[in-house]
Design a binder for this molecule. Structure first.
Ligand code: BGC
Length: 388
């Protein structure tokens, strides 16, 4: 009926009813074609810069009917995400630099990066697999942070365009930063309407540990110089993992009830951030892992953040068991790159969906061990919308 209708319309039928029907079908087809284009979004590629060793860094621009996201091959990093406020005004809602040298100079923030092999900390840079002890570089108060000295954020990933997005691949050789096994990591970014989806998958040829996450800092106001203290946050978690003085989990899953860590009801980030609370003092604000309610491996609500001024809303869903809610306490306003761009303390927040920090040293935490023959998958979706 469908192709026949088009044919008839194409050759010019003189049956009026048939004509109306075929026009209607054509409308439906055209509408679904535009929806498909809008749903999948357009993808374009350009050069972002050149690494000191001459390697080209590309930027992929993903564009839907609602959002424009840029992702570069250095560190598989999110460079920018432009979304509308409640009046339809577009602005970039993530922190970053306008040129590559900003990212090369800045060794501290991990703006927008996929961090790995192990996102967040491993105590003393040591862990055991099958009785064998491994040592990875300590780069943060005697602990290993975000994969060590040359983590996944510092590598130029291979990239290829996929429908509505880009797939980045990094092969980390056996022994890279002290981690065992050749690890192959794929990270797919796809954009559909208001949703930026990240699909991770990893495989190895020797038992290893892996915990990839994305380290984007959001500021939903679109003004990267303002703080995020008035943003209202909901975290779907009854428990969090308290830390010791060097930000390593003690192993306890502590209830959030009755503490400044209770975000089960939407609360302004700044409402309790400087409360007289030992955990907040240790981290200089929020920099903790929340234990998400619901099953690990199933896509579930993790967080919802509202910027009351702009009306922008960010909803985070994930298959991961935890989320590191970090309020940019260590941002110092240092200026990096040609444009001398810097970001003040607490001008961005991260929602790093992940397995818990230091899991290799906590057998009771969901495991980060990956064995050969298994492909580990996880998904996180950042959805942008607005409210009045
Ligand atoms: C960590 C912070 C760290 C930040 C930037 C976050 O994931 O939890 O402690 O300062 O990354 O490195």
């Amino acid at each position: 009926m469908l192709p026949c209708g088009i044919l008839e319309w194409g050759v010019g039928t003189n049956n009026e009813l048939e004509g109306k029907l075929t026009m209607k079908w054509l409308g439906v087809i055209l509408l679904s074609m535009t929806t498909a284009i809008a749903a999948h979004g357009a993808v374009t590629k350009a050069v972002f810069g050149t690494m000191p060793d001459g390697k080209t860094v590309d930027v992929y621009t993903l564009k839907s009917d609602q959002v424009e996201a840029k992702v570069m091959t250095l560190g598989a990093r999110v460079l920018s995400i432009r979304t509308a406020d409640r009046d339809g005004k577009m602005a970039d809602v993530v922190l970053g630099y306008s040129a590559l040298d900003g990212y090369l100079d800045d060794q501290k923030t991990y703006f927008g990066a996929v961090v790995g092999r192990y996102g967040n900390r491993i105590a003393n840079g040591a862990f055991k697999i099958d009785g064998h002890e491994y040592h990875v570089p300590v780069n943060n108060n005697g602990q290993s942070l975000h994969g060590g000295l040359v983590g996944f954020d510092k590598h130029v990933w291979e990239a290829k365009e996929i429908p509505g997005g880009v797939e980045m691949t990094l092969v980390s050789p056996d022994g890279d930063q002290g981690y065992p096994g050749t690890l192959t990591a794929h990270v797919k970014y796809t954009l559909t309407h208001g949703a930026l989806r990240i699909d991770y998958s990893e495989s190895t040829d020797k038992p290893t540990v892996v915990n990839l996450t994305n380290h984007t800092y959001f500021n939903l106001s679109g003004d990267a110089q303002s703080t995020i203290l008035d943003h209202e946050v909901m975290l779907a978690a009854d428990h969090y993992t308290p830390v010791n003085t060097v930000l390593i989990p003690t192993g306890e899953l502590a209830p959030v009830a009755g503490t400044p860590f209770d975000f089960r009801k939407s609360t302004a980030i700044g409402a309790r951030i400087d409360a007289d609370n030992e955990q907040l003092k240790i981290a200089g604000g929020y920099d903790h892992n929340w234990v998400l309610n619901g099953k690990s491996g199933e896509l579930k609500l993790a967080a919802r953040v509202v910027d009351p001024k702009s009306g922008r809303v960010l909803t985070v869903t994930t298959t991961e068991p935890g989320v590191q809610f970090y309020t940019g306490n260590f941002l110092t306003g240092d200026k990096f790159g040609k444009a001398a761009e810097g970001n003040p303390k607490r001008s961005g927040f991260c929602l790093e969906t992940q397995h818990f920090p230091d899991s290799p040293n906590h057998p009771a935490f969901p495991t980060t061990l990956l064995r050969p023959g298994v492909v580990r998958h996880s998904t996180t979706i950042f959805t942008f919308s607005t409210q009045k």
